[in-house]
Design a protein around this ligand. Structure first.
Ligand code: NAD
Ligand code: UD1
Length: 312
């Protein structure tokens, strides 16, 4: 492919895995990040590409930073649901404005492909799984509303301006470099950290709620497939999940197996307004991108635990 692949948010949890994967497959990368939640240390020491520090909500800066790129994988956002409930305008501004700037830069620079991170949070809380892309979105919080707006904008850029866009709806991502320090981090990172410290994981509700947990290496593979695909996606949304779900009691049990412990969970009242069960219909990802998640759950969890044992 002529020109580097740009990864916005490349210093973050998911972005750093995307960068690693693109480099390993011989591509040049250009990382755009404002380091608001990302870290330079997430990236390989001798990054074979460029690192541009700046804000994707600045249209002029984004246009310069993306000049010469062949495709963009746009991950820069604040993916914090709680913050979006506390301060909706700030999160909506950051996430939607960044997407608008990236899409507009792609149009002006003639970049043929933009892959955007979207979220399974678009699906209605009462929708029965498997969740498929034709279901009518019903975002449950301002963060998810922002992702919905980003998808709509990406559709316009595909249909009206000829920038081919693909909106990847990530399900529950886990893996090395996911920050466990906030109580609103993904449940796997929070449970790993507590159980490694010999503390009980705290389950909100009965623990029978389930999620489609997908390993971050598989997310990177899906991003790569979408960026490099010969087939145009025309602004379509594509689920990126495993098609399988695990409940929180099972999660604690697998973690106990890996750690060789018998830690019992502590149960507290459920969070209000949550999705009960979430699981991706994966047929479109397979048909359009040739993508199927391949990391078995216990393998992904082992790798997450190993990372946390050394890094946190
Ligand atoms: P993260 O916070 O680790 O990464 C986001 C990166 O974007 C960070 O490096 C941050 O510094 C950067 N960033 C934020 N705003 C920016 C801006 N205005 N300009 C430049 N850089 C900016 O989060 P993550 O979990 O890696 O999420 C990556 C993407 O995946 C996000 O778009 C998120 O909405 C999406 N997503 C994540 C999950 C999940 O389970 N982690 C699920 C669904 C969707
Ligand atoms: C996740 C995403 C959210 C996205 C949504 C889309 C994270 C942090 N959140 O929310 O951005 O919009 O998917 O599907 O990735 N739980 C506990 N104990 C804990 C932590 C969590 O019991 O210590 C429970 C939660 O109440 C929930 C489940 O674990 O029932 C999963 O929680 P979480 O990892 O926060 O993800 P989602 O709520 O699915």
């Amino acid at each position: 492919m002529a020109g580097p692949i740009a990864v916005t948010g490349g210093a973050g949890f998911i972005g750093s895995h995307v960068v690693e994967r693109m480099l390993a497959s011989g591509h040049h990368v250009r990382v755009l990040d404002n380091l608001s939640t990302g870290h330079r240390a997430n990236l390989p020491a001798g990054l074979d590409g460029t690192f541009e520090t700046g804000d994707c909500t600045n249209a002029a800066w984004v246009r310069e930073a993306l000049r010469g790129c062949a495709a963009v994988i746009h991950l820069a956002a604040t993916p914090n649901v709680q913050k979006s409930l506390d301060d909706p305008p700030e999160i909506l501004h950051n996430n939607i404005q960044a997407t608008a700037c990236v899409l507009e830069a792609a149009r002006r620079l003639g970049i043929r492909r933009v892959v955007l991170a979207s979220s399974a949070g678009l699906y209605a809380a009462d929708e029965e799984p498997p969740h498929h892309e034709e279901m009518t979105p019903c975002p449950g919080n301002p963060y998810a509303v922002g992702r919905y707006a980003d998808e709509a904008l990406a559709g316009v850029y595909s249909r009206v301006f000829g920038v081919d866009t693909t909106c990847l709806r990530f399900f529950n991502v886990y893996g090395p470099r996911q920050d466990p320090s906030s109580p609103y981090s993904g449940v796997i990172s929070v449970f790993c950290r507590r159980m490694l410290a010999g503390q009980p994981p705290v389950i909100f509700g009965d623990g029978l709620q389930s999620r489609d947990f997908i390993y971050v290496g598989d997310i990177a593979a899906a991003c790569s497939a979408a960026a490099l695909s010969a087939t145009a996606c025309g602004g379509k949304a594509v689920n990126v999940g495993t098609g399988r779900s695990t409940d929180l009691r099972q999660l604690v049990s697998v973690l106990n197996d890996i750690l060789g412990t018998t830690t019992q969970a502590q149960f507290v009242p459920a969070r209000q307004g949550e999705v009960r069960h979430s699981r991706a219909d994966t047929r479109r990802a397979s048909a359009l991108l040739g993508f199927t998640a391949s990391t078995p759950f216990h393998v992904g969890l082992k790798s997450t635990v190993s990372w946390m044992q050394t890094a946190v």
